[in-house]
Write a protein that binds this ligand. Structure first.
Ligand code: HGY
Ligand code: MN
Ligand code: MN
Length: 429
């Protein structure tokens, strides 16, 4: 009769306790000082709320038995040594920044589960052949600066130094914000690239309805959708709301309104999985009795593959230009970021599916419409992602929630995955 498997050595309630702790820590992080507002969770990159979260995450990692460092873009990286110092580490990561008025689990849960994996190994007194590095990225959402995923791009070696000059809505540049956070304003970007990893792994809430519909707690991500983000501007003529006849107006906001509906119509009729979102808009000068002269809005465009995404981008550029021409207003569109579709590594995903099945899941596979640091980290090492069911698929919303039992299932699957991966690289101690 074979002995208990390695992951069963740890009492189940211990894993449950560690999973519940991971959930509690996400909820702790949803309140000041880790949120910019007491009324809602907003934690944007390099704000005091983010740096307070950096501090507590560093303490949690240290307490879990890791050595901890802060890289030049404020990524917290905890390291739990392996038994074979010649092997590169496995990086487990996700992000601790949030969108405005966010839920508590998007990104944060993946970091807390990474720490819980180290706690589980520590409590087992076990070492994997490779080191584990847990990365808490501070900018995945792009909710403060124009470009998103600045921190993981730096670690993956794909960040352009020019990104440090991107400015937020108040004109504060990334380099200024680094300085305000007590970090060098101009880190040597090339030196931030990670020396190499055997793989990158990310656990994340699904942020969609598929797992709930499949009655599954966990799923394995097959690929992450392609996405592009644009800055669009309509340049009209500001004018008096009372004296300017309708036929003589060059109203930038009504042009933008027609453009936004055209985007919705195009994407709704487009290929499966094509989605387009205008999430932010500003109208200047922004007075009730002034015809808007300048309008800025963002366009977030995604599709399962690069070709559908790019075909939509090219078509919409023409549609928006024609609207501007007919309305005799100016129009400009600027690429903010371009993230190609990213397939998960097959062998890692198969190992992850085995681990999920060994803990009672079906091993269902699904693609991710949401972007993740994993799509950037795939430049550095093969990646795999585990999705965790979230209620109603709701995310980017304070109603975002997870079942502690699902998080415990995720931790079991992650520990099992680590041991299986460890078997590939030598004997687990
Ligand atoms: O936008 C996204 O897909 C991710 O939540 N940053
Ligand atoms: Mn996320
Ligand atoms: Mn998000």
């Amino acid at each position: 009769m074979p002995g208990p498997s390695r992951e069963q050595v740890l009492a189940p309630e211990t894993l449950d306790d560690l999973a519940h702790l991971a959930v509690r820590r996400c909820l702790d992080l949803a309140r000041p000082p880790y949120s910019e507002s007491p009324e809602e969770l907003t934690r944007r990159y390099l704000t005091p709320a983010h740096m307070a979260a950096v501090d507590i995450v560093q303490r949690w990692m240290t307490h879990a038995g890791m050595t901890v460092r802060l890289d030049g873009l404020a990524t917290v990286i905890g390291r739990y040594a392996g038994s074979n110092p010649d092997l590169p580490p496995l990086i487990i990561g996700s992000h601790i920044d949030t969108v405005r008025n966010a839920g508590a689990f998007d990104g944060n849960l993946g970091v807390m589960l990474g720490i819980a994996c180290v706690q589980a190994l520590g409590q087992q007194g076990r070492r994997l052949p490779f080191a584990l590095e847990i990365a808490a990225f501070g900018d995945e959402e792009g909710s403060r600066f124009p470009q998103a995923m600045l921190a993981s791009r730096a670690l993956a070696g794909s960040l352009a130094a020019s990104a440090l000059d991107g400015a937020d809505a108040r004109g504060v540049r990334v380099c200024d914000a680094l300085g305000a956070a007590g970090l060098p304003t101009r880190p040597d970007i090339a030196s931030l690239k990670h020396p190499g990893a055997i793989a990158y792994f990310e656990a994340h809430i699904e942020q969609g309805p598929v797992l709930e519909a499949a009655d599954q707690a966990l799923g394995i991500v097959t690929a992450i959708a392609a996405q592009r983000r644009f800055a669009c501007r309509f340049h009209g003529t500001a004018g008096h709301a009372g004296t300017t006849p309708m036929a003589l107006r060059h109203d930038a906001l009504t042009a933008a309104a027609e453009a936004i509906l055209a985007i919705e119509t195009y994407c709704a009729a487009g290929p499966d999985g094509l989605v387009g979102t205008v999430g932010t808009i500003t109208a200047e000068p922004g007075a009730p009795n002034v015809i808007p002269g300048e309008v800025f809005f963002t366009l977030d465009l995604r599709a399962p593959n690069n070709a559908d995404r790019d075909e939509a981008a090219d078509a919409l550029r023409v549609v928006l230009r024609n609207i501007a021409k007919r309305r005799e207003v100016g129009f400009s569109i600027e690429d903010l970021h371009n993230l190609p579709a990213c397939p998960s590594d097959d062998s890692l995903s198969d190992l992850l599916a085995d681990a999920v099945r060994s803990t009672g899941g079906s091993g269902v596979r699904l693609m991710s419409g949401a972007g993740h640091d994993a799509m950037v980290m795939a430049d550095l090492a093969p990646m795999a992602m585990l999705f965790i069911r979230c209620a109603g698929g709701i995310s980017h919303n304070p109603a975002e929630s997870v079942e502690p039992g699902d998080v415990a299932a995720a931790l079991r699957a992650m520990v099992s995955f680590l041991h299986r991966l460890g078997d590939h690289y030598g004997v687990n101690q």
